[in-house]
Design a binder for this molecule. Structure first.
Ligand code: ADP
Ligand code: MG
Length: 449
């Protein structure tokens, strides 16, 4: 076959896959997965190349860090290739885990395209998710079906999809002959409705007959959708009867699924229901440490702790926050500090704000150290009042989104440099003085609840 007869798009794809492979070995797995895996290519104007990036942040980062490298690799592949444009995809800033949408593009096949970031090894285990993790591992490793179904129950962004991919990946490695099918409940419904419309319900059913492991993600989606539920119920029962493993996820436990038929609810709860609880501080910190390590990024412990304290909504936002800070620090070429972190994540932090006020902090700290509230504002410099005052300033910086000058004003009109000094001082003392460290942690916990 002569080169000339190849469709342009196909050869672009091929070039891209070679460029990608070389980029991957040049930048390493972690950076590749974080920044380059999500890119796709298409032909641009005048024979140029268009690289499409999911979000603005990623675009900026990729332009700054990888554009030159990409360009030179591309010139190696294809010396007369035109300019490279790096653009944001139309649906910018959509959540990254659009597994359903991705599957959509692969015309009809339900076999899972496993996300390589979602492995057991990359899943950080803590109290809130240990049962779900252990159950998922058991399912992935067991020769027989240990519990059926395994139902993973937890709020958005807490790792349900991650664990499902991890199970699929582990089974695929260990038992490559097994057919593992993953489908979002939404997709299941879509396929089913399409089958009804085109009168090929038989072939729809067929798809599931040869499945060894069936995973249905976000089952709450079919609550209230009667005919889909009915079909799902039959598929479910048929597979259970044949001893095939079923794994379901939902944003709440089966018994709390409103608008779900009673028989379905009780069926879903037959096996093991493993709750994934909201993250706690330790887990969030562990996740951040592990992500920073995976990306080979140096982030001060203080910044990780700050993020773990302040972004409490879910793990997706936590990761997003860390990514943004890393991208920013790389773009401006400065190391990450607490200050830049607060600046870059202002909006995210506000959304997660627990609304601890400066007044609350002053009051608590004064009580704790047995000084008068007035001493927070007074000019007295005696150690007995100055130290607690510094602790209060430190906590204000950590727990609120107030700027240094704003904090200074609330402490009897002190200068922002005084606040900065207090923050540094307490940080330093905490390393050496374990009693003070305990005091600070205790206060923080009280203020956060
Ligand atoms: P869910 O499906 O429950 O909404 P996901 O599985 O999509 O949540 O998780 C959201 C993001 O958070 C993913 O990038 C995932 O890798 C990450 N994540 C969640 N929990 C953990 C964890 N315990 N350890 C590491 N990463 C996690
Ligand atoms: Mg999910």
């Amino acid at each position: 076959m002569s080169r000339d007869t190849q469709p342009v798009a196909a050869s672009r794809e091929e070039q891209w896959s070679r460029v990608r492979a070389r980029l991957r070995s040049a930048v390493g797995e972690a950076a590749f997965n974080s920044w380059l895996r999500p890119l796709s290519v298409s032909s641009g104007e005048n024979g140029g190349i268009r690289i499409v990036v999911p979000t603005r942040f990623m675009r900026d980062w990729v332009v700054k860090n990888y554009a030159d490298q990409m360009h030179s690799l591309w010139c190696d592949e294809c010396p007369d290739s035109g300019p490279i444009d790096i653009e944001i995809a139309v649906a910018a800033d959509a959540p990254p885990a659009a597994v359903g949408a991705e599957a959509e593009a692969r015309d009809g096949g339900l076999d899972l395209d496993i996300d390589p970031r979602f492995t057991f090894a990359n899943f950080v285990v803590g109290k809130p998710n240990e049962l779900a993790y252990a159950a998922a591992q058991r399912v992935a490793e067991a020769g027989t079906v240990p519990f059926n179904p395994l139902y993973l129950a937890g709020g958005v962004g807490l790792g349900k999809t991650h664990l499902m991919h991890a199970i699929a990946g582990a089974i695929r490695t260990r038992l490559p002959g097994r057919r593992v099918v993953y489908v979002s409940a939404e997709r299941f419904m879509y396929e089913f409705i399409r089958a009804l419309r085109y009168k090929n319900v038989m072939s729809f059913k067929e798809q599931f007959r040869s499945v060894d492991v069936l995973m249905i993600d976000d089952v709450q989606f079919i609550a209230g959708k009667e005919s889909t539920q009915e079909e799902f119920f039959h598929t479910f029962n048929a597979l259970i009867d044949q001893g095939r493993q079923i794994i379901i996820s939902g944003d709440r436990s089966p018994s709390d699924l409103d608008h779900m038929e009673e028989r379905m609810r009780s069926r879903l709860g037959w096996g093991l229901v493993a709750d994934i609880h909201a993250t706690d501080y330790e887990l969030r910190l562990g996740i951040l440490q592990s992500k920073a390590e995976q990306m080979a990024a140096t982030v001060p412990g203080q910044v990780l702790e700050f993020l773990a304290h302040r972004i409490t909504s879910n793990v997706r936002e936590l990761e997003g926050g860390l990514n943004r800070v890393l991208a920013y620090s790389n773009l401006v070429g400065r190391p990450i500090t607490l200050e830049t972190t607060q600046e870059v994540l202002k909006d995210l932090l506000r959304a997660n704000d627990r609304r601890v006020s400066i007044e609350d902090i002053q009051k608590r700290v004064a009580e704790h150290f047995n000084i008068r509230l007035g001493d927070m504002h007074s000019p007295r410099r005696a150690r007995a009042v100055a130290r607690p005052r510094q602790v209060a300033m430190y906590l204000c910086k950590q727990l609120t989104t107030r700027s240094l000058p704003e904090i200074g004003r609330k402490f009897g009109g002190r200068d922002h440099t005084t606040v900065m000094h207090a923050v540094r001082k307490i940080d330093e003392l905490r390393q050496a003085d374990s009693a003070l460290h305990e005091d600070v942690e205790l206060l923080r916990r009280m203020l956060e609840n």
